[in-house]
Design a protein around this ligand. Structure first.
Ligand SMILES: Cc1cc2nc3c(=O)[nH]c(=O)nc-3n(C[C@H](O)[C@H](O)[C@H](O)COP(=O)(O)O)c2cc1C
Length: 209
């Protein structure tokens, strides 16, 4: 069974994100093609990136990084639920993505954004960020308007059409998540054979020297 995280992209008290992410989860879990889990960045208490070694190296100095890496590594795909702050994603979401590298690689993502113009600018920025950590974001997305999908800009009341849009995005996400499993498999086989080769070379050097 595919495992898909619904990543909550806002961390402040009173965030709209709670209601949006909960709606995504409630719709998603009616499906039989994947298991969904809410992942709240706020629960990981990630400070601004505080590691000396770059994330591409994959070393885990701090406990908060280990926990975050373990959680993210356990999924095949992600639904990012993102607000729009100054036409971009929240600093908390960017920081949480920056913490890791390999854990994201060759996985799929779907985007759900919200804002005055549906959070579209944040979603576009998120696509660029995800490409750099080798996450493939599907085309279909859900862009929720603060004007029409919320009452008084606070109470989330999505238009009925949004559920259909969310399923359309999840259909694409599940398809890409399945396909990318084989890419990860091939990459892990290559890495394993490269390490066997280098171990064998080392043994040969030790024996002959
Ligand atoms: C610093 C800041 C910048 C914002 N910039 C935008 C923006 O560029 N576009 C937009 O649609 N809303 C913007 N907003 C309004 C947010 O959409 C709104 O605060 C929303 O509640 C944020 O989601 P959250 O409560 O889940 O964090 C901004 C809010 C903050 C606090």
């Amino acid at each position: 069974m595919l495992r898909i995280a619904i990543v909550m992209g806002s961390t402040h008290t009173g965030r709209l994100n709670d209601a949006v992410a909960r709606w995504v989860y409630d719709v998603a879990r009616t499906r039989k093609d994947a298991a969904f889990e809410l992942v709240d960045i706020a629960e990981y208490h990630l400070p601004l990136l505080d590691e000396a070694i770059p994330p591409t190296v994959g070393q885990y100095g701090h406990e908060h990084k280990r926990k975050w890496a373990q959680k993210i590594a356990s999924f095949d795909a992600y639904v990012f639920v993102t607000p729009e702050y100054n036409h971009g994603v929240s600093a908390a979401l960017k920081n949480a993505i920056d913490y890791l590298f390999r854990e994201w690689n060759n996985k799929a993502a779907g985007l759900v954004s919200y804002g005055s113009v549906g959070g579209a600018r944040a979603a576009e920025q998120l696509r660029l960020i995800l490409a750099e950590v080798m996450v493939a974001a599907v085309r279909a997305q859900v862009t929720l308007s603060l004007f029409t999908d919320f009452e008084n800009f606070t109470r989330f009341k999505p238009d009925l059409s949004r559920t259909k849009e969310l399923h359309a995005m999840l259909d694409e996400l599940v398809a890409w998540a399945k396909a990318l499993k084989s890419v990860r498999w091939e990459a892990s086989v290559k890495a394993a054979s490269a390490s066997m080769y280098s171990n064998a070379r080392q043994v040969k050097t030790e024996v002959t020297s």
